[in-house]
Design a protein. Structure first.
Length: 268
């Protein structure tokens, strides 16, 4: 027990020393050095990767945003500047945004009416925002800088707001008299054509299924060919690269919404 406590105390001491103020570790382009292993882990699971400058965390007074329904997940890079659109449907109770980059020159969150959100947590390489009762419409993040970046956005929807329950590639199966479509249990292969099903709850109009890359770029749209009680079916071609599933459409008022799977799918 004593050895365990000693190890714990030593670990805490090292962590504390690691947060003491000192010059940030940056390369000749001004890019913060990051652990790519942990960045890839965040990218694969839909988590936030914190771009802390050395010593910054200890004085940050960070307010960690609580994640709800995933709306935007992007893990890629920026050469100079990039903008991200965030669809917020009607009745949303809270919008949370996380944006981090190796070199942050500018990070601004803009409301649908064009005004800038001032009440944010701003760090050397990150912007974190929590907006209560956000206005309906397309919000925009303007991000200027360079290097690897991670941008995530989430909403706490209205009680009857859209929710992505599950997505699955399916195939015929079952025993005689109980035939139907069942989730594919084997790994799917790149380029393979398979039926796919998505389950949604809440008030949804004009649903559309799409696949996007790790950085959120569109791979392709899958038209919905049948719908019944929140179950939507399409014919999918498995992408040849890692991808996420996105569902977008309109809510009961006609406002645009988007939902995205947190996990990155990796075909064989």
């Amino acid at each position: 027990m004593t050895s365990v406590l000693s190890l714990l105390l030593a670990t805490l001491l090292i962590a504390q020393q690691d947060q003491t103020p000192r010059q940030p570790q940056k390369d000749e382009r001004g890019l913060l050095k990051i652990d790519t292993l942990y960045f890839d882990l965040a990218a694969n699971t839909g988590g936030d990767f914190y771009f802390w400058a050395p010593g910054e965390f200890a004085a940050s007074r960070l307010q960690v945003p609580l994640h709800r329904e995933d709306v935007l997940l992007s893990y890629g890079s920026v050469d100079a500047k990039k903008s991200f659109d965030i669809a917020v449907e009607s009745g949303v109770k809270e919008l949370t945004l996380f944006a981090g980059i190796q070199r942050k020159d500018l990070a601004v969150l803009v409301r649908p009416d064009g005004t800038v959100v001032r009440d944010v947590q701003s760090f050397q390489h990150m912007l974190i925002a929590t907006v209560k009762m956000p206005a309906t419409g397309i919000w925009r993040l303007e991000l200027h800088g360079a290097g690897a970046c991670a941008v995530t956005a989430h909403v706490k929807p209205a009680d009857d707001g859209p929710e992505l329950i599950k997505f699955a590639f399916v195939e015929p199966g079952g025993r005689p008299g109980h035939e139907g479509m069942f989730p594919v249990k084997r790994p799917v292969r790149a380029g393979e054509s398979l039926p796919c099903e998505v389950s949604l709850s809440g008030s949804v109009k004009e649903p559309e299924l799409a696949f996007v890359t790790r950085d959120g770029s569109l791979i392709g749209v899958i038209p919905i060919i049948s719908a019944s009680a929140g179950q939507y079916t399409g014919n999918c071609t498995v992408p040849k690269t890692s991808f996420r599933v996105v569902v977008r459409g309109r809510d009961a008022t006609g406002a645009a919404f988007q939902r995205i799977e947190s996990g990155l799918r990796m075909p064989e």
